[in-house]
Design a protein around this ligand. Sequence first.
Ligand SMILES: Cc1cc2nc3c(=O)[nH]c(=O)nc-3n(C[C@H](O)[C@H](O)[C@H](O)COP(=O)(O)O)c2cc1C
Length: 217
Amino acid sequence: MKVSEAILLRKSVRQFLKDPVPNSLLRSLLEQASRSPSGGNLQPWHIYVINETSMKDFLSFQDSWKEPEVPAYEIYPHKLKEPYRTYRYELGEEMYSLLGIPREDKDARVNQVLKNFTFFGAPAAIFCFIDKSMGPPQWSDLGMFLQTFMLLAKEAGIDTCAQEAWSMKHNSVSKFVEAEEGDMLFCGMAIGYSDDNAMVNSLISERRSIEDWAKFL
Ligand SMILES: Cc1cc2nc3c(=O)[nH]c(=O)nc-3n(C[C@H](O)[C@H](O)[C@H](O)COP(=O)(O)O)c2cc1C
């Protein structure tokens, strides 16, 4: 598969089949993804793989976790500016309309968001942590690593969904994976095979036209 094909085919999948993904494949994809560039070659990503038994253990651990959690960070700026606010809103509306969930059905919307915390049924997942002392440049390195991983996964026929939602469960996730002291959770990622019969997976998110964000001087 060409890189350009992997880029076109990758999309966020939000309902997975139960078919397993072997750890040997995940290891190989992670090793390849580590060729991603990072400023000063810091390679600031710390990855924990949850799969097979650890997935079962993790999900039941999450079920039993009762302590309130402090989010690792604020996912979006408190007052999200335009046009970003609209882009976010449109994505939500497209997704909920595919799922047949009207705006007034708050419970159904919340339930859909909560599916993040079972990885949308994916059999495998990763958590990506970073040392708290790192700043925006190193956070952007995580993005490069994660996108490289997602494209390699696509090449291997595997689907993914990056999940910042897990930052709301920083405490419990850190405890389960025994994260290094001083590390914070950036995101999780659901990994598996897309359930192509699920309406939610027919979502092809919009992109702004190049005129909106690039200037040729
Ligand atoms: C770092 C990151 C975190 C994300 N977090 C979530 C999330 O918590 N839950 C979710 O459903 N989608 C999440 N997404 C998926 C985005 O909504 C998605 O990438 C965007 O709408 C573009 O759609 P596409 O990935 O299908 O191209 C995340 C994406 C990125 C890159």
